[in-house]
Design a protein around this ligand. Structure first.
Ligand code: HEC
Ligand code: HEC
Length: 205
């Protein structure tokens, strides 16, 4: 499924996409880090995001990454470019890549190495967001730091990336994979409240 909102992410990716040349493995079996290197053009070295609209993958749960890649490949998860990429790997390669990223250390986007491209955390907004995010904490525990098998980390993620996700989650035309309870909560929040929540999670170390 193509969608106008998703093209936002794709725009930042066109240049990096040039790095995608040919298949990742040439001879014999590709190692996990060889495979993961093919993601670096967009998701940064070892999954530490290189730009504000690109999610960091370092330290994300392996189970979540595997599921997300399978959903991209099948088309269950709307994407601009990830379907084509995910389809290029076997199940066992995806498992290797997922474990590789899961084993990396999470690095906060803010004030991480790439913040110069992204939105600075606004502490007044972050304080507002903390209140609105109370219910989110049922799943995104420990102020978004907890990483369980199917729940991605939010603490230290890009504000900009989270804003893009909120627009996707709210969009009735996009069938985004998301828990029903989360959808209900997000639908009730205004764009301003969600913006504050994004600042709150981004501010967490
Ligand atoms: C050409 C740029 C590009 C490359 C290379 C790339 N990605 Fe992505 N990735 C994206 C974009 C853009 C998105 C947002 C979804 C979309 O629009 O396709 C994304 C989203 C994701 C997500 C979803 C994260 C989340 O929390 O929602 C995962 C997981 C992911 N990519 C994994 C990978 C892996 C693993 C590789 C290497 C095998 C890879 N990507 C290579 C551009 C890229
Ligand atoms: C019932 C549990 C639950 C609740 C409540 C919940 N979430 Fe989530 N959240 C999830 C799960 C599971 C995912 C992963 C969905 C997927 O992509 O498969 C997710 C994904 C996300 C993502 C995307 C992260 C990424 O890396 O792509 C954001 C942003 C997010 N949630 C924010 C929120 C906010 C803000 C709230 C409260 C308003 C909230 N969530 C409430 C379980 C929950």
């Amino acid at each position: 499924m193509q969608h106008k909102k998703l093209t936002l992410l794709a725009a930042g990716v066109l240049v990096a996409g040039g790095l995608l040349s040919g298949s990742p493995a040439s001879a014999g079996e590709a190692t996990a880090s060889m495979l993961a290197n093919t993601c670096a053009g967009c998701h940064g070295t070892d999954g530490v995001s290189a730009g504000p609209s690109m999610p960091s993958l370092a330290g994300m749960p392996a189970g979540y990454l595997k599921e997300v890649m399978a959903d991209f490949a099948s088309g269950d998860r709307p994407s601009t470019i990830m379907q084509r990429i995910a389809k290029g790997y076997s199940e066992s390669e995806i498992a290797k890549i997922s474990s590789h990223f899961a084993a990396q250390k999470w690095v906060n986007a803010s004030p991480g190495p790439n913040l110069k491209n992204g939105t600075m955390v606004d502490s007044a907004k972050a304080a507002q967001g903390e209140k609105s995010a109370k219910k989110c904490g049922k799943c995104h525990e420990d102020s978004g730091r907890s990483i369980e098998d199917d729940t991605p980390r939010l603490a230290g993620q890009w504000t900009d990336y989270m804003r893009i996700k909120f627009n996707e989650y709210k969009d009735a035309d996009l069938d985004m994979p998301q828990p029903k309870k989360m959808k209900k909560q997000i639908d009730k929040l205004s764009a301003e409240q969600l913006d504050a929540i994004a600042h709150f999670y981004a501010s967490q170390k």
